[in-house]
Each structure stands twice: as structure tokens, then as C-alpha cells.
Design a binder for this molecule. Sequence first.
Ligand code: SF4
Length: 351
Amino acid sequence: MMAGDGLLVRVRPSLGRMSREQAIGFCEAALTLGSGHIDVTNRAAFQIRGVPEADHRALMERLIAIGLAHADEERDAHVPILINPDWHEGDDSALIATELTARLRELPDLPAKVGFAIDAGPAPVLSDASADFRVERAASGALILRADGRIKGTPVNTADAAEGLIRMAHRFVASGGVQAGRMARHNAPLSEEAIEAPAPARSRAVALAATPGPFHAAPFGRIEAAELLAIIADDARAVRVTPWRGLVLEGSGAPADDPSDPRLAADACPGAPACPQSSVATRELAARLAPYVPGLHVSGCAKGCARPSQAAVVLTGREGVFDLAFNARAGAPPLHAGLWPDQIFAHFGAH
Ligand code: SF4
């Protein structure tokens, strides 16, 4: 899709994992055919930014050559499939996600944001991640299919789970879900009996302790291709994307970053100079404020690309200064208008 800095090319690797060779090829493509900036999205995708239109075909050919895109565009995964980042070869999550990925053509046309969470580890860890149709572990140890927004789910076997998810998606469409947009907003009755609640959720830290490599943070969902290339070149055998603004470096001996780093909870769009709509730099300000301001969103302009929903604290850039609002979206009427960064740091006691 076209963005302010050129084309943005999104890749959703199978099971959220790029092998070492794929990751190296992906980074090299981002450096030579894009701006070198890579986004790590909270929907399990990698994005190459700043691709000139003239280079789009060459980039697609490279991605096809390394198995990160299909020559047949129809087969490309437009549907987000999240998987618990601590999945292991042959476990329930890996088996179900592999089957669902192979059967994407059986899905109906779904609204753009609708997606799946394959969360069949010892207990759920993706409950807060955006998804509409979920496979989770119940307290009894059974697997359940759960529609987002519903408290309970329907027991299912590993072998039937992908089929069950596909059926849920068809029922969602047949019952008018496209008009509702997301499962959580869709009140149609479920045709199968939902009888088991998911087990109490695991923390991110617990799930990341079970991954086959350390967590590498990507504050604001951004990592530079050169940086990632250097990290992989050391010793990683693969890279997994997480929905938590960070990667898992499979097999790497690098120290793990803290998944509770407050910068990973703040939202900030690229701002100036990356985005021509912005008159302010956003991410430096957000990084300094984040430890002092929970629920922070810093937006370069009223469009609010980094977070369409309300934030506890939102700073919106306008003509070189910021407007401050609370429990609001970017561009909302401010409580304090026209603030300079120093005034903002003083307001929140940030050093
Ligand atoms: S919110 Fe505005 S400044 Fe930020 S990326 Fe979107 S358009 Fe650009």
C-alpha cells in the first residue's frame, strides 16, 4: 500500500517465523529496495517501508525467491494469523497454524482487520492481541474454539481446530458479521454450545521465557534492517515476530530485552521528518516520556496512524508544537494547547 514515505510492503511469514536465510534476504531487500526501515506490527507482520513504485516488482521477485511471498498473489496471506511465540515444532499451535495457513483459500472474504489467534500453549497469552477467532487452552487442559468477545468456547480436537476456525469465519459472514466489522462487536448467536472458559492467561514474560531464543525489543514497532542484519549475522538461526513490538531470535545467545520496557507500551507514529504530514518529531519525545506516562500516544498530526483508538494521554503535533488531551484520540479538543517539549516534560515530571 502507499504510505507517506513510499510503498509499504507487508509480509506475513508462515507461523510468524523467518529462517535465517529468509531474514537476511528480507533485510538486504529492505536496504537496497526500501528505506531500510522495517516495521514489526502487532498483527504478526513485517513491513518494508519506503519502496519506490519503480522497485516494487523487483522487491516482490526477491521475496518470492526467498519464500516470503507467492508468485500467485491470490495465495498471499492477507489474513493475520497470530501464534503464541513459544510454539514448538509439532505442538498443537504449530499443527493448527500450519493447517489453517494451507487452507486460507477456504475462508470467505473477511473485513480487513479480522484475524485468527492460534494460542494453544499451556495457557493463553494472546488474549489482549487483536484477533476474532481463537484457539485456546481451557483450564481443564482441553482445546477450545472461542469467538472474540465471548467468555466461553467450544471444545475441539487438534485435528479439527483449523476446520472449526474456518467454519466460524463462514458463520460470522453468513450472520451479518461483515457489517459489524469485528467478532467482538457482532452479537449473532453461536450455533455451537460454548461451555468452557479459557485458562487464566500467562504473562508475556512467562511465555517469552519458553521461547527458543531471547526477546529483542523493537520500540514503536520499528527496527532498522542494518541492525537486524547485524543481530542475525551473529548467531540467530531464525526470527519470530511477536505481537508485542519485538522479535524472538531463535538460537541466539544475545541477552534478552525486557518485555515490560515502558517504551513498548507507548504508541508513536514516525512523525517528522519521516512523514511529511508531521511538523514535530514524535518518537524521541515518546521514548523520554514513556516511563512517566502510562497509556501514552504521541501523534505527528490529527490522523493518529499509530493508534486509532483512545489513549489515556495523547499528544498531537500541530504547527511545530503539541496539543495535550486525556482519554482521547489524536486530534481531540485539547486540555492544554500549543506545548513545547520542555513544557510537556515539566508537566509530567519527566527528566
Ligand atoms: S499520524 Fe500524521 S504524522 Fe503520523 S504517520 Fe500518520 S499522517 Fe504521518
